[in-house]
Design a protein around this ligand. Structure first.
Ligand code: NAD
Length: 358
């Protein structure tokens, strides 16, 4: 039976880059008979415009019925002045938490062809291949109570709550150890256990889980040191596992090690391996509609979708090899262009990857 993919183009460059990923999937389907069916849905600003809310009930029902979700990006200045409750980003947070997509996998891989695109010295980043596993539905971004209150002296005070239950820590730790088993068998757990009690518990639970994975080496690092080590010697890491906020920040830093955020895919998984796949970047309103956005992060997200949610490892690798071939051919979108390469548009890049599948 065909697997059902819900495609959510979203806003800004979202529709442009998702079109290219779908083009690649369609070509793969006609070449290999891959059993997938794609349908489209509304999320983010596009959903606000059409229905008044960023995550319509119909989209949620489509998402629940699908085997996997492919998302572009949401948000943009058009919706920035809206009530926070119906801003596009609420749609994204909503779908992640409604589907319990707690495990965010963000690989940061530096393609050798793009070593010159990184701001770091080539010897520091050449061959970089790390995976950041970020907890996505808990921690301080969701903890209650939260808000802004007025103190007795009339001064306003903002507050959030950093909470993790043992079960939340245990399941994200398992995702990290399982992922490490398929890679170089090293997990570095990042916390702030010298200051925050919640991360003292984090460290204890990760150590308990580690006992189930004696073949995987576990280390711990404070988040401030991890930020420093990521730019000093990123190749020391294999898998990094951390909470929602630290993961948010560290994964963006790791993204820039690779030169362009336009190259980085991500997966957000539930406990059964169902997932939502999206590029790490946002909707890039500054370049939307110009045909210059890099679609490779979204195309590589589609490859992750085939690997993690659809059990199609060979098809996933075929896309990744095609991307590498296109880079070998010297084709580059504007964000990754360097000397002696040929600049192509968003759709030309999609065409080239689709052609390189053959
Ligand atoms: P952004 O990632 O959209 O853009 C940052 C910079 O990177 C911009 O200069 C942009 O042109 C460039 N860029 C991003 N993707 C690119 C691509 N594929 N090809 C070439 N260049 C690319 O981040 P931002 O500017 O901070 O946010 C813009 C909007 O996106 C905001 O509304 C924000 O809330 C939203 N956002 C959405 C997501 C998401 O949907 N997951 C994530 C982050 C930001």
């Amino acid at each position: 039976m065909s697997k059902r993919i819900l495609v959510l183009p979203g806003d800004g460059i979202g529709p442009e880059i998702v079109t290219e990923a779908c083009k690649v999937l369609e070509r793969l389907k006609s070449l290999t008979g891959l059993a997938i069916e794609m349908e489209q849905g509304l999320l983010g600003g596009a959903a606000v415009d059409a229905t008044g809310v960023p995550l319509p009930e119909e989209t949620l029902a489509q998402a629940k019925a699908a085997d996997a979700i492919l998302l572009g990006a949401v948000g943009g200045p058009k919706w920035d002045a809206l009530d926070p409750a119906i801003r596009p980003e609420k749609g994204l947070l909503g779908i992640r938490s409604q589907l319990d997509l707690f495990g965010n996998l963000r690989p940061a891989i530096l393609y050798p062809q793009l070593a010159a695109a990184s701001t770091l010295k080539p010897e520091v980043v050449a061959g970089l291949d790390i995976l950041i596993v970020r907890e996505l539905t808990g921690g301080i971004y969701f903890g209650q109570p939260r808000g802004v209150r007025t103190l007795e002296n009339g001064e306003r005070q903002g507050y959030n709550t950093y909470v993790y239950a043992e079960s939340e820590i245990r399941r994200i730790a398992r995702v990290a150890f399982e992922s490490a088993r398929k890679r170089n068998k090293k997990v570095c757990s990042v916390d702030k256990a010298n200051v925050l009690e919640v991360t003292v518990l984090w460290r204890e639970v990760v150590e308990e889980v580690a006992k189930e994975y004696p073949d995987v080496e576990l280390s711990h690092m404070y988040v401030d040191n991890a930020a420093m080590q990521l730019v000093r010697d990123p190749k020391q890491f294999d898998v990094i596992v951390t909470g929602n906020m630290f993961g948010d920040i560290l994964s963006d830093a790791a993204a820039m090690l690779t030169g362009s955020i336009g190259m980085l895919p991500s997966a957000s998984l539930d406990e059964q391996g169902k997932g939502m796949y999206e590029p790490c970047h946002g909707s890039a309103p500054d370049i939307a509609g110009q045909g210059v956005a890099n679609p490779l992060a979204t195309i590589l997200s589609a490859a992750m979708m085939l690997r993690y949610s659809l059990g199609e490892e060979a098809a996933a690798q075929r896309i990744e090899v095609a991307v590498s071939r296109v880079l070998d051919q010297g084709l580059r979108t504007a964000d990754i262009q360097s000397a002696n390469t040929r600049r192509v548009s968003t759709s030309e890049m999609g065409d080239a990857v689709a052609a390189a599948l053959e």
